[in-house]
Design a protein around this ligand. Sequence first.
Ligand code: MN
Ligand code: MN
Length: 465
Amino acid sequence: MENKRNELSEKLLYAPKNGYDRLSAEEEKAMNAYCEDYKRFLDRGKTERLCVDYCIELAEARGFRAYEKGMKLTAGDKVYVNNRGKGIMLAVIGTEDLSHGANIGAAHTDAPRLDLKPRPLYEDAELTYFKTHHYGGIRKYQWVTVPLELHGVVVLSSGESVDVHIGGEADDPQFIINDLLPHLGREQGKKPLNEAIPSESLNILIGSKPLAGEECSDRFKLGVLQLLNGKYGITEEDLISAELEAVPAGKARDVGFDRSFITSYGHDDRVCAYAELAGIFAAERPKKTAVCIFADKEEIGSEGVSGMQSQAFDKFMGDLCEMQGVSLSECFAHSFCVSADVTAAYDPNFADVYDKRNAAFVNYGVGLCKYTGAGGKSGASDASAEVVGKLRGLLNDNGVFWQMAELGKTDAGGGGTVAQYMAKRNIDTIDAGVPVLSMHAPYETVAKLDCYMTYKCMKTVFEKA
Ligand code: MN
Ligand code: MN
């Protein structure tokens, strides 16, 4: 009787296992090597622009060339398109033509942060500050007293573009937003978490030394401007045509005595972007054309020319199709897309916002999301049973550890990805990605095993979907 029951349990019940109970020693070694490369990607790619730069460096070293319309491409050829320095698309031409569709991985490399306002610079009480406008969904109380780096570009009136990178090198200064001392925080402490730190108080401290020997107004502001002008040749007006992003300082680090986690700024969604990138690099002679896209602007609704709603993607795919005499709509209708984005990992400290039976767990592998959305799946692309079935089968057949993931319990909140914009193009699309702890915090945490399995998922999709 007991034996019979065990047999039936094994046959009928779905009982996912912790990845460490299934991972071979050889795979663990490969996982650790992969994660070292991923940490380098995080450290080099602190902004979407820096991600694009580093992607190009890595891609060119592997034989990818900048795509130009009219290029004659044959199976195995590798190309990329740089979308305005803020997004990138890569393709490996398949042995079948594009009428059979492409296998697409879509991730995003923008991350929540503090953007400088167009007129950021001011002084108050003889201290100098930058005003910020937060980009994406942040919990504002997390961003005070965290050392910040500043990265971006300033475009001068002449059209010349000046790169600004400060705070990343060991001897660079960094920046900080101050918080109230507990001694005087009695009233602030009574406020709801979301109101205790108002957006307009997220002002970055940048200086306190006045212009030497001058008794003029704005002398503290001038002190900073003089330094900026000396180093970058810019004036206050130039800051109007700038994109300067304040991001948490510091490098990606292993976490835990066992080093099983990585904590870093920007895992959402660089952890999936890197999985795609490494996946397309490793994919061997794909039958269908493999395409990676790293979109910008996902955190603010995928809008804008560098976002997933932009036709930049359709233009690139259209050009490839035209070269093969295939219609773009025919290609899309037969394509398969993994919208590779992170999901929430179950956190026992906040158990009440999850449905434990449907949550993603750390170390259980890549999380497949049938749907995202909020308030009754609103805004979700809701992958069909057929699409979920296809990916599940593929991962099972190729030794990829996976799990189903729902972002929190029903009506606890919700979120979205680029999936809906791919589905709108008539492309079968499913969300899949790494479960993350403290998503959107200055330092997010992921498990190495889940990073590695997401890479294996993407490689499998590019080779075999
Ligand atoms: Mn994301
Ligand atoms: Mn996000």
